[in-house]
Design a protein around this ligand. Structure first.
Ligand code: CP
Length: 309
């Protein structure tokens, strides 16, 4: 297969197994490109991409921008905090005004779940979801999958535990959907009130004991507590959460096995993971960031090809 089944990347939900394999294989070629002395290819020379960030980002925004530059695209960076959104302009008006300047593709991060799906129905551009509220973060899941596959050679039957605030995490949902499609085994671990009630319908098991979850897994994906999305107090204090769910030297020594440690970032050091473990030989956190550029190059390259079909 050489073409994606979808024109936009709105969520992992819309990708099939062949799409995911195609993106990961294409990313592998682009990883070779970005490790060469000349890191650029002119694949998107005639494509103009707008990065619309209505919510804060460090990794995703920079990674998309770098990926676009490596592919030779023309880019526009839009940040809601310095735009006319502050004067009351709507999402559709903002997007249409940008598109009037002949933009082909929009990469958007927004705090509202479904904002990218909504936009894709209203404007004539290809849309890539760079994270929509508590819904999906498809390129994060793709780069996480790429990083696991690079380390272990496969995703099939790999045991992945996702630890932390599952309820508010778009990274968790996109990872669960992707890993299930690729034949991995997934568990979630955290306080029960931070795990959605529908989790079993996603084909995922729940383990509330961190040590047991770590003993089971090959890979632990540690998530941040998303205090900015919580409208109520889910536990007495971060200290109490850390006592039960922090990945630290003591817990790792107890499980007596080597596991791969991942984190999408930003890390709250000393809360979900201690600094020594985040920076240890088990951690592939910065490899995830490196792989993100190649994965996003693959996504935009393949979507641009879809438009040309
Ligand atoms: N992983 C991730 O989405 O990080 P940013 O919020 O910094 O983009």
């Amino acid at each position: 297969m050489t073409s994606l089944s979808t024109k936009h990347l709105l969520g992992i939900k819309d990708l099939n197994k062949q799409d995911i394999e195609l993106i990961l294989d294409t990313a592998q070629s682009f990883k070779e490109v970005i490790n060469r002395p000349i890191k650029k290819v002119p694949s998107l020379r005639d494509v103009t991409i707008a990065n619309l960030f209505f919510e804060n980002s460090t990794r995703t925004r920079i990674s998309f921008e770098l990926a676009q530059k490596r592919l030779g695209a023309d880019i526009i960076n839009f940040s809601a905090s310095t735009s006319s959104v502050k004067k009351g302009e709507t999402l559709i008006d903002t997007a249409n005004n940008i598109l009037a300047m002949k933009v082909d593709m929009i990469v958007m991060r927004h705090s509202s779940p479904g904002a990218c799906v909504f936009l894709s129905k209203k404007v004539k551009a290809q849309i890539i979801n760079a994270g929509d509220g508590t819904h999906e973060h498809p390129t994060q899941a793709l780069l996480d999958a790429y990083s696991i596959r690079e380390k272990l050679g496969t995703l099939k039957n790999v045991k992945v535990v996702i630890v932390g605030d599952i309820l508010h995490s778009r990274v968790a949902l996109s990872n669960i959907l992707l890993l299930n499609k690729m034949g991995a085994k997934v568990k979630v671990c955290g306080p029960l009130n931070l795990i959605p009630k529908y989790i079993h319908s996603l084909g995922v098991d729940v383990e509330t004991n961190l040590k047991k979850a770590l003993e089971w897994c090959d890979v632990a994906n540690m998530l941040r507590i998303q205090l900015e999305r919580q409208d109520t107090k889910y536990f007495p204090s971060l200290r109490e959460y850390s006592l039960l769910y922090q990945l630290n030297r003591e817990v790792l020594d107890e499980i007596k096995k080597d596991i791969i440690i991942m984190h999408p970032g930003p890390i709250n050091r000393g809360v979900e993971v201690t600094s020594d473990i985040a920076d240890s030989k088990y951690s592939i956190i910065l490899e995830q960031v490196e792989n993100g550029v190649a994965v996003r190059m693959a996504v935009m390259y393949l979507l641009a090809g879809k438009k040309a079909e």
